[in-house]
Ligand binder design. Structure first.
Ligand SMILES: C[S@@+](CC[C@H](N)C(=O)[O-])C[C@H]1O[C@@H](n2cnc3c(N)ncnc32)[C@H](O)[C@@H]1O
Length: 338
């Protein structure tokens, strides 16, 4: 038996639970924050459950934390006392280790303290017991979820939790003059899929306007061909490494093997997107990477995703499919041309 808190993007929790139900026979669920956060009781041990999750990572499960302790919320300073004692008692788990404290609160929790206040108190306890409180690159995370009446606490590595951000909510700094928020999706994909865009030479960006993705790839030193009937942001036109084709993607053609990276964020019908990508596929070199968003327009996202993947798999090998924190009504695919 083991217990977990799972988190998905707003209104996608039911799909994360459906995926988990298929992976872990007998798993039972309780909603903690509607459409977003849930408690999972697994009949399997912690290790077996984690193994199942890692072997076939659910697309809609953004974050998962084990529940090692549950504390009834008193609604006063006793709660902080109990959390502090719990960390002190687990001294061997944290001593000499880079330890991060992640706190999330549901909106109507009886727990009084902010995430920042709780973290300050627990960081002091960590120092007292010889651990190293950190924010970035922790070896171990103390994850606390404040539900309405309970604090659910779990210890684990970033890999155990599928993220090193609280609840998997990855944040990037907004830059001055940033072309579009869509840039964050491509940044998050790089992180999530363990990529380094600077390693590629020539990218094709299909559905590029206003140009957030194109701008990121240009900044990373790639030659970029951007295709979109809509206008690109004027600041991008100064790049000599940019080729801008102000056209529909169905009207462009390239020499075989021209690109080692394809990115596509068309916000379009998934099946039409598949057709366009497959038509452009000969322009990619063997082994080229593709990062593609898939719009989830229908009631049955899991079925849509299965259909899209099976079409694309004629020419591409799927590396990972994930709903990223910055994806709204969509998911992101990471593929490699066969
Ligand atoms: C969500 S926006 C892309 C945002 C972009 N990734 C960014 O970072 O700024 C979708 C774009 O796809 C373009 N698009 C839709 N269908 C297209 C097609 N058939 N060919 C080319 N572009 C298309 C739209 O004009 C729109 O600019």
């Amino acid at each position: 038996m083991s217990q977990w808190i799972g988190t998905a993007n707003q209104s996608y929790a039911s799909y994360a639970m459906e995926e988990l139900r298929r992976l872990i026979e007998g798993a039972a669920f309780t909603q903690l924050a509607a459409g977003e956060v849930f408690l999972m009781n697994s009949p399997q041990s912690r290790e077996t459950t984690l193994q199942a999750i890692h072997q076939q990572e659910p697309i809609f499960l953004r974050h998962v934390q084990p529940v090692d302790r549950t504390i009834e919320i008193a609604g006063n300073a006793n709660d902080l006392e109990q959390l502090s004692d719990m960390v002190r008692h687990a001294v061997l788990t944290f001593v000499n280790r880079r330890t991060a404290v992640h706190i999330r609160r549901t909106s109507n929790t009886a727990y009084l303290y902010s995430a920042a206040d709780t973290k300050a108190v627990l960081d002091a306890v960590l120092e007292e017991i010889g651990a190293e409180p950190v924010v970035q690159q922790p070896e171990i995370i103390i994850a606390i979820y404040a539900a309405v009446n309970e604090l659910y606490i779990g210890f684990g590595t970033p890999s155990d939790m599928l993220s090193d951000w609280p609840g998997g909510a990855v944040r990037f700094q907004r830059e001055e003059g940033q072309v579009s928020r869509a840039k964050f999706k491509l940044l998050e994909a790089e992180r999530e899929f363990g990529l380094n865009y600077a390693k590629y030479q020539k990218a094709l960006d299909v559905g590029a306007a206003p140009g957030g993705w194109t701008s990121l790839l240009l900044e990373r030193g790639l030659r970029v061909t951007a295709v979109d009937p809509a206008d690109l942001h004027p600041s991008l036109l100064e790049y000599p490494t940019l080729t801008y084709l102000k056209r529909n993607a169905s009207d462009v053609k390239f020499d075989a093997g021209s690109f080692d990276l394809l990115v596509c964020d068309m916000s379009w019908s998934p099946m039409l997107m598949c057709k366009l990508v497959l038509d452009l596929e000969p322009a990619l070199a063997k082994g080229a990477t593709a990062i593609i968003t898939v719009k989830l327009m229908h009631r049955k996202p899991l079925q849509t995703i299965r259909d899209v993947i099976s079409r694309l798999e004629t020419e591409f090998a799927l590396q990972k499919a994930k709903q990223l924190f910055h994806n709204r009504e969509e998911i992101t695919l990471y593929l490699q041309k066969k």
